[in-house]
Design a protein around this ligand. Structure first.
Ligand code: GDG
Length: 736
């Protein structure tokens, strides 16, 4: 097992240079803490930007810096001022951040900053490639590095790569507006595992993958060429113990040991024990909804004037990205709002808002959490929001009320909090009132459930479950690879092939001998395929069957003159030696008039879908529909058909973007078994791509060489990746 490499924009270490000497101080942020169990010992490395630009680092200190970082298991990527501008302040924070938080109007689509984003992502990828071995596990973090997975994959196809997005993934309608949407998705798909905080982001991502890249998605697996990429949600937790213990230590402190801030807070609390503190903590970011919260506070004071002089809103706005214009404007707006509201409502003894625009030491953060009766966290959009979780963790006597925005990822797991829509002032004012008057018993009941969950699914669990899932993907991959037809296996198969006295081959057509086409009638055989089939067909002691769900007329046109043996419509018809098709199974088709109108109603309501009518079956094709809508309709149709066909001897086959109704006593397994009984075969081979072929894989004897095309679950013994590989395999039979 190799080492673990973590990559994030910023290293979890702060560098300070003073008088030519370097100090590296580990940061205490949530991510750094969460990764502690993953990033420890000598077998892990964290790669990221140190926070100092190339211009900031004196050449002679370069190696000292590297050594200082190495002591913390870190390695730096050096960026120039220009790169930081284009990559970080530019594309990351002026394009992706606003877009992914649904601030479409703030998103700038600048080609220059996109190009810098690409080249800086390449720098990160190169830094990884320089350090990574083939069996290492790589975990890439966040929106600044979305192209890195693919850049690493290109050079290291077998390395295990995980990616976690800390911010929301927006709906397709928003994401599609970005000019480089395709490149971003392709970049992410270099990963083996892509993680999001919540299922909604996951589903938006999958929808974009289907619609923009047209890729096959099955549940939360994406199939790309010969790889399966897993997408899953892992809601990030906090270091629960750290916050709980800090609060306990805080409660034990003697008055003279309290911080100055705490002493001030206490003085105000003492002046009237009924006074309530509301707490609002965020980075100063438009996504956090600070300005809206201020307007809502004003609304509340007007709607519930009895709380004037009784409540106080403490706002901690941590400076962030202050050289991006939107952040400067927001800062001005908040400054003005605070001034206006304080001016409007203040009395000689009361200022409604205390506003801090700074970062506070951890100790003061705990002062604020433990002193506030109500945490009011109402982002307009937030990937998770850890502050909400931290507040609850510090409430050691289990009092306190959390008011949380529905738009924060954390709302998904914090149902016991008071959830509000940050745009609904009426609801906010009423909820503040509800929070102020909430009985202590109710507060305790809510917080105790919340605390249990936060303690259990803490940040360490989060990191572990991501890593375990990534390793699981690697095992899955290994299991797949173990069934791949390798050169050695091929030689074994060929040996049996050549030494056999009589061979029987079953070849599925669509998705196996030929790729899919939007119009099935156009997916006809090419010259190379005819040539290959001719050779196999003419080999001595070889019975080759094309076995397909296709209608007999198409196969008559394409193959009858060639004289290949054919079984079509899943086993209804058979043709040998170029003779006309004959019925292989006795089947009825009088049910068709009943089912056809049902399918027609689905065609009418599902643009792009159509009916294929065969002699003994009806197929509804939905390959050309909107992928999400098509799958939805397919599920609906399946329910309708299942209830309709009830006792009839019919079955519904759910193929590759096609749903087919046919007699239940007909399938490829039954048909192939009948052929097998006709002669004494000592080499039997069956190959196919969808689950109608699984009937063959299941019914044919165990000694059969069964081969699945693609990596989906299968009963086949082997698999090959795609139709090109099928051809290669058959060519080797042709040469045998
Ligand atoms: C992004 C996503 C997602 C805040 N002020 C001070 C301070 N903090 C600490 C808090 C908390 C962290 O910063 C903020 O985390 P959030 O999750 O609330 O928000 P973002 O910074 O926007 O983080 C977010 C997160 O990534 C993780 O995936 O939840 O949705 O936007 O830990 O305690 N810490 C100190 N002083 C402060 O003044 N010491």
């Amino acid at each position: 097992m190799g080492k673990t490499i973590i990559i994030s924009n910023r290293l979890p270490v702060q560098l300070q240079i003073s008088n030519g000497s370097i100090t590296a101080i580990p940061s205490v942020g949530g991510l750094a803490t969460g990764m502690k169990s993953v990033h420890s010992g000598g077998d892990s490395l964290w790669i990221g930007w140190s926070g100092l630009t190339e211009e900031d680092i004196p050449k002679e200190l370069e190696s000292d810096i590297d050594n200082a970082l190495a002591e913390h298991g870190s390695s730096k990527v050096t960026l120039t001022k220009g790169e930081v501008e284009g990559f970080y302040f530019g594309f990351s924070n002026r394009t992706i951040w606003p877009l992914f938080h649904y601030f479409l109007e703030y998103s700038e689509f600048e080609l220059d900053s996109w190009n810098t984003y690409k080249s800086v992502n390449q720098k990160f990828a190169d830094a990884i490639l320089e350090k990574a071995g083939d069996d290492d596990t790589i975990w890439i973090h966040d929106y600044q590095l979305m192209l890195v997975p693919q850049m690493v994959r290109e050079k290291r196809p077998t390395v295990s790569i995980g990616f976690f997005l800390h911010i929301p993934f927006p709906s397709f309608e928003i994401f599609r507006t970005m000019p480089w949407r395709k490149e971003v998705l392709e970049g992410l798909l270099g990963s083996d595992l892509i993680g999001f905080h919540i299922y909604d982001y996951e589903r938006h991502f999958l929808s974009s993958v289907r619609r923009i890249l047209g890729l096959e998605v099955s549940f939360n697996d994406i199939y790309v060429d010969n790889r399966v990429i897993k997408v899953d949600s892992f809601p990030m937790g906090i270091d629960y113990k750290k916050f709980k213990e800090a609060a306990e230590e805080h409660a034990r402190r003697s008055p003279e040991k309290l911080s100055e801030l705490q002493q001030r807070l206490n003085t105000h609390k003492k002046s009237d024990p009924d006074n309530k503190f509301f707490l609002s903590i965020d980075r100063l970011d438009y996504s956090k909804g600070i300005a809206k919260r201020l307007y809502a506070f004003e609304y509340f004071l007007n709607k519930y004037p009895q709380y004037k002089e009784k409540v106080r809103l403490i706002i901690l706005a941590v400076p962030s990205r202050s050289n991006v214009p939107q952040y400067q404007l927001l800062k001005r707006e908040i400054d003005e709002l605070v001034g206006r509201i304080n001016g409007e409502f203040s009395t000689v003894s009361w200022t409604p808002i205390w506003y801090f625009y700074r970062s506070m030491p951890f100790e003061n953060l705990i002062d604020l959490y433990t002193s506030s009766d109500i945490a009011w966290l109402t982002p307009l959009r937030d990937g998770m929001n850890l502050v909400a979780k931290e507040y609850v963790a510090t409430r050691i006597d289990q009092t306190g009320v959390l008011i949380l925005s529905e738009m924060a990822g954390s709302a998904n797991e914090m149902n016991e909090s008071l959830l509000i829509n940050p745009n609904n002032f009426e609801q906010i004012a009423d909820t503040l009132h509800q929070a102020i008057t909430m009985p202590v018993e109710e507060q305790k009941a809510r917080n105790s459930s919340l605390q249990k969950r936060l303690e259990r699914y803490n940040v360490e669990k989060w990191a572990h479950s991501f890593m375990n899932s990534l390793l699981g993907q690697r095992d899955l991959e290994a299991a797949h690879v173990s069934r791949l037809i390798t050169e050695a296996r091929l030689q074994g198969i060929l040996k049996d092939y050549t030494s056999a006295k009589r061979r029987l081959l079953f070849l599925d057509y669509d998705g196996t001998l030929a790729g899919f086409h939007n119009d099935p009638q156009k997916a006809g055989p090419d010259a190379e395929l005819y040539e290959l089939l001719d050779i196999l067909h003419q080999q001595e002691n070889t019975d080759l069957f094309l076995i397909s769900g296709r209608d007999k007329d198409t196969f008559t046109r394409w193959f009858l003159p060639k004289g290949y043996h054919m079984i079509v419509e899943h086993g209804v018809w058979i043709s040998r030696h170029g003779e006309q098709f004959k019925l292989l199974e006795n089947v009825k088709n009088d049910w068709m008039d009943k089912i056809r109108p049902v399918l027609e109603s689905f065609v009418d309501r599902t643009p792009g879908s159509f009916i294929e009518e065969k002699n003994y079956s009806l197929a509804w094709h939905y390959r050309n529909t909107d992928p999400d809508f098509g799958s939805l309709r397919a599920t609906e149709l399946s329910t309708v058909l299942t209830s309709l066909i009830g006792t009839d001897d019919l079955s519904v086959l759910n193929g590759n973007k096609v749903m087919e109704v046919k007699s239940s006593n007909v399938n490829k397994g039954r048909a192939s078994l009948r052929m097998l009984g006709e002669n004494d075969y000592d080499f039997v081979f069956a190959i196919g791509d969808d689950w109608t072929d699984e009937f063959m894989f299941q019914e044919l004897p165990e000694s059969t060489v069964t081969v699945k095309v693609g990596r989906q679950k299968t009963a086949a013994r082997y698999f090959v990746e795609n139709t090109d590989k099928v051809r290669e395999l058959l060519k080797s039979f042709a040469k045998a």
